[in-house]
Design a protein around this ligand. Structure first.
Ligand SMILES: NC(=O)c1ccc[n+]([C@@H]2O[C@H](COP(=O)([O-])OP(=O)(O)OC[C@H]3O[C@@H](n4cnc5c(N)ncnc54)[C@H](O)[C@@H]3O)[C@@H](O)[C@H]2O)c1
Length: 272
């Protein structure tokens, strides 16, 4: 049973748009928040906003692609608060290029933040969380790009690769840790804007629904908290993204139909 009041959250990428939305939503719900970010100043700003709401906070400069830095983050969080009830592995970002233009350095760097950063967070925090009681939950940030056939896909190979992996990780993690009383969710937002900027002039010709359905960072923060409280697996703040998910599943079903139409059923071969 989730209880926000008095719980402690750690948010990586906490100095950014969605991290801030989550941090301030969690603070409003009575949680203390550790704000971790590559950019210490941004983390400190959000931590100060959490404290202004009467909750305790700690800003930690963390590069999630570095396992030692994530160990140091966990040490700092447990040192300051004694427990972590919610870890949000959220740091990340996109790099848009045609796939042939990505260097191996691009792949390693982006996968370091978007995928290994999530893995480091799970690897470091989960064993510690298993050792204490109270409400405990892991939220990994993926994207609609991790479940559907979204726009800009052809320029987004690294990001999509990472986000699909984050979905896969969370879907396997969840049943494994459920018997330990720990929940897991994967956050799959669509395009989100900072709350003070809304409404903004935003044009993405290939994705009309984004224009009509932009959510802000606090919408997403509230959706995350509600989903944690209800222990939902997938967190879909942007309901309009359903079309992207349907498009992907249609593709999968078409591939199965093609296979069924052209290949003999493999299980029909007698075994030697
Ligand atoms: N905003 C959107 O529209 C949107 C949509 C789908 C998914 N997402 C995902 O949400 C997460 C947060 O994105 P955002 O919109 O808040 O972006 P943002 O750029 O505002 O925030 C990301 C934060 O992560 C930090 N960061 C980047 N690499 C890091 C690293 N290696 N270690 C620690 N911190 C690091 C950045 O300094 C930044 O503060 C990302 O994983 C992103 O892929 C965002």
């Amino acid at each position: 049973m989730w209880k926000s009041e008095g719980s402690v959250a750690v948010i990586t990428g906490g100095g950014g748009l969605l991290g801030r939305g989550m941090a301030l939503t969690f603070a409003d719900a009575g949680m203390d928040v550790v704000v971790a970010d590559l950019r210490l100043e941004a983390a400190q700003k959000v931590a100060a906003e959490v404290e202004a709401k009467g909750r305790r906070s700690l800003a930690v400069e963390t590069d999630v692609s570095d396992p030692a830095a994530v160990t140091a983050l966990a040490d700092a969080a447990y040192g300051a608060f004694g427990q972590v009830n919610l870890i949000c592995n959220n740091a990340g970002g996109a790099l848009l290029k045609p796939v042939w233009d990505f260097s191996l350095d691009d792949w390693n760097r982006m996968m370091g933040s978007n995928l290994m950063g999530v893995i480091h967070g799970v690897h470091e925090f989960l064993p510690r969380m298993m050792k204490h009681g109270g409400p405990r939950h892991i939220v990994n940030t993926a994207s609609m790009s991790g479940v559907g056939l979204g726009s800009l896909r052809e320029l987004n190979a690294i990001y999509v690769t990472c986000k699909f992996a984050v979905v896969g990780l969370t879907e396997t993690l969840r049943p494994a840790i459920a018997p330990h009383g720990i929940g897991a969710s994967v956050l799959c937002p669509g395009m989100t804007v900072a709350e003070p900027e809304k409404p903004m002039e935003f044009r993405m010709p290939s994705a009309k629904w984004y224009e009509d359905n932009l959510l802000d960072n606090f919408d997403v923060g509230r959706e995350v908290l509600a989903s944690v409280m209800e222990n939902r697996l997938h967190i879909f703040p942007h309901r309009e993204g359903l079309g992207e998910v349907e498009a992907r599943h249609k593709l999968l079903l078409e591939s199965f139909s093609q296979a069924a139409a052209t290949s003999p059923p493999l299980h029909a071969h007698p075994r030697a």
